[in-house]
Design a protein around this ligand. Structure first.
Ligand code: GDP
Ligand code: PGA
Ligand code: MN
Ligand code: MN
Length: 607
């Protein structure tokens, strides 16, 4: 076959044969007008941003340096779980919670979608590294994309460009392997055809081939569907690698908690999308003497260190945070991070003085442009910002960033928290009896659906370890991997597991717990439990504090509210049992028997 001449294809800044081969193969299939190799420099970023401004995708903000407003197509605002596939060779390996298609069939279908799909556009080659560049074994990827928005966002969210490309060779000069991540908007342009500000395609596929460490994404420009280093690589593909290699890739924030005695503790917490990870990661403590620093807000890779403790690394370099609800009171550290600029805001409102605004932010404008690009005033029926609108901002700008955030060895985790949104039943905090019980709590985690994924908001669903949309293999095997992880370790060195719920509501539907900075009261109790200093009450579901066992000093919320958040109602829990049984039946024969045993034990305790 004769090679097609595509400008830029042959000007690769690397001789890495697997990279060159794959880039050529994709370029010949998708036929972009040109290929650009991304180096990550400031000049390049200016060029890309200008292109986005000229295309109408980006509007430069007056109110923040080097920052942009973007409004997506109104159909392309969230992850699309029903269009997300795990294409392992065998259907059983994708398991009962993932969509599956045979890899050959999926490739045949998607190859036809990709054929010519970059016509009229530029294909960018983005070398990137998930996790610190200084890691002896860096986790590398290449994203090929025809979206400048993706290039600009990947620059914030990952370590990318020349610095990453250098790592494609090991010290001995050999070529390192990498994850192949192909993304196309699926919106080719005919000669002379005008572009739209947010190109995308009604047909969407977010597809993973875990055995080949390969990702194919088509038709969407939205973050979780298009920034392939994040959910696709660092969770779905990485969870499959972690199963093979004996480590964990989890949907968890990582925070550092410093006590008044300057003792340092690291906590990881898994909450489903839009359930409070970014906020907890940046918490500003309301208890004198206690302080939080941030290491990550969405993803943790965890493996045992030589001392037998579980160490966590955040593979990302940026925050992709939910905008609505973020303000100077709820999350001042996020506000300080974005104030510094260098950020992309998607589907928030644009104010008349060229700044951003969203629901619950201070200084509500009397007029703005909504995310739908319509006039908005406080009287408008529709929100100014989409509920899943996002800020994308560099971690390095966070004023409470922990200095060790870039340490390839990670940080030793003392506690793992699971949590979700539950209006009833689940108390504010509950300590697992041991690792296996904690795995049971994680495996049965439930939460009301949020706007972070397309679909009906508010429905309660099981979201095990907050990983339902992100487990890259069979969920039963994933639970077994958690059980085995605990068994392989010295139990005294394992993190203690807790289950939290910031979202319990009263009869009047009001959220009872003040949340946000006040969550430090729960973190304090957790640490004191680990230190053997705090009291708790044994309940059928685990160890739960009574109100007087929590530090509530200075909190002026009614004590009845706090007591109501802590209540463990046997009838509510008895009603939960058939739902857990139904869930376990869905997992099927790969469900670890130890989790069935935990369910039986819970039933016994509930009487
Ligand atoms: P993430 O997607 O898991 O990172 O969740 P975020 O931290 O971005 O929060 C998602 C939404 O939940 C935002 O609107 C927050 O304002 C809200 N939220 C976060 N933490 C709390 C909390 O402790 N209490 C309440 N009531 N809402 C919270
Ligand atoms: P989130 O991340 O967990 O911060 O919402 C994005 C997502 O999960 O879609
Ligand atoms: Mn997430
Ligand atoms: Mn978040």
């Amino acid at each position: 076959m004769t090679a097609v001449a595509i400008p830029g294809l042959d000007s690769a800044p690397t001789t890495h044969s697997q990279v060159l081969e794959w880039v050529r193969e994709v370029a010949e299939l998708t036929t972009p007008d040109r290929v650009v190799w991304i180096d990550g420099s400031d000049e390049e970023s200016e060029r890309i941003n200008k292109k986005l401004v000229d295309a109408g995708t980006f509007v430069p903000l007056e109110g923040k340096p080097n920052s942009y407003w973007a409004a997506s197509d109104s159909s392309d605002v969230a992850r699309v779980e029903e269009r997300t596939f795990i294409c392992s060779q065998s259907e059983a390996d994708a398991g009962p919670t993932n969509n599956w298609m045979h890899p050959d069939q999926m490739k045949a279908t998607m190859t036809e979608l990709y054929r010519g799909s970059m016509r009229g556009r530029t294909m960018y080659v983005i070398p990137f590294c998930m996790g610190p560049l200084s890691d002896d074994n860096p986790k590398l990827g290449i994203e090929l994309t025809d979206s400048e928005y993706v290039v600009a966002s990947m620059r914030i969210m990952t370590r990318m460009g020349s610095a990453a490309l250098e790592k494609f060779y090991a010290d001995d000069g050999s070529e390192r392997g990498f994850v192949r991540a192909l993304h196309s908007l699926g919106a080719p342009l005919e000669p002379g055809q005008a572009d739209v500000p947010w190109p995308c395609n009604d047909t969407k596929y977010i597809t993973h081939f875990p055995e080949e460490r390969l990702i194919w994404s088509f038709g969407s420009g939205y973050g979780g569907n298009a920034l392939l280093g994040k959910k696709c690589f660092s969770l779905r593909i990485a969870s499959a690698i972690g199963r093979d290699e004996g480590w964990l890739a989890e949907h968890m924030l990582i925070l550092k908690l410093i006590s008044p005695e300057n003792k340092v503790y690291y906590i990881a917490a898994a909450f489903p999308s839009a359930c409070g990870k970014t906020n907890l990661a940046m918490l500003e403590s309301t208890i004198p003497g206690w302080r939080v620093e941030t290491l990550g807000d969405d993803i943790a890779w965890m493996r045992f260190g030589s001392d037998g403790r579980l160490y966590a690394v955040n593979p990302e370099a940026g925050f992709f945070g939910v905008a609505p609800g973020t303000n100077w009171k709820t999350n001042p550290n996020a506000m300080r991070t974005i104030e510094k600029g260098n950020s992309v805001f998607t589907n928030v409102a644009l104010t008349d003085d060229g700044d951003v605004w969203w629901e619950e932010m201070e200084n509500m404008p009397s007029h703005a442009t909504s995310w739908k690009k319509q006039d908005w005033t406080p009287d408008s029926e529709e929100p100014a910002a989409h509920p899943n609108s996002r800020y994308c901002t560099p971690m390095s700008q966070c004023p409470i960033l922990a200095p060790e955030w870039d340490d390839p060895n990670g940080v030793p985790i003392s506690a793992i928290l699971f949590g979700g949104r539950r209006a009833t039943t689940v108390p504010l905090v509950n300590e697992a009896r041991d690792w296996q019980h904690g795995t049971f709590l994680g495996a049965t985690l439930s939460s009301e659906k949020t706007a972070a994924a397309a679909g009906k908001v508010g429905e309660v669903r099981r979201d095990p370890m907050a990983m339902l949309p992100f487990i890259g293999y069979n969920a039963g095997d994933y639970f077994q991997h958690w059980i085995d992880t605990g068994k392989s370790a010295d139990a005294t060195k394992l993190p203690k597991i807790f289950y939290v719920n910031w979202f319990r509501r009263g009869e009047d539907r009001r959220i009872l717990w003040p949340g946000f900075g006040e969550n430090c009261r729960v973190l304090k109790w957790i640490i004191e439990r680990i230190e053997g200093k705090a009291a708790a009450t044994e309940t059928p579901i685990g160890w739960v504090p009574s109100a007087d066992q929590l530090d509530l000093s200075g909190l002026d919320d009614p004590i009845e509210d706090i007591e109501a958040c802590l209540e463990v109602d046997r009838d509510e829990w008895r009603a939960e049992i058939p739902l857990i049984e139904e869930w376990f039946d869905k997992i099927g024969d790969r469900l670890p028997t130890s989790l069935r045993d935990e369910l039986e034990a819970l039933k016994q305790r509930l009487g």
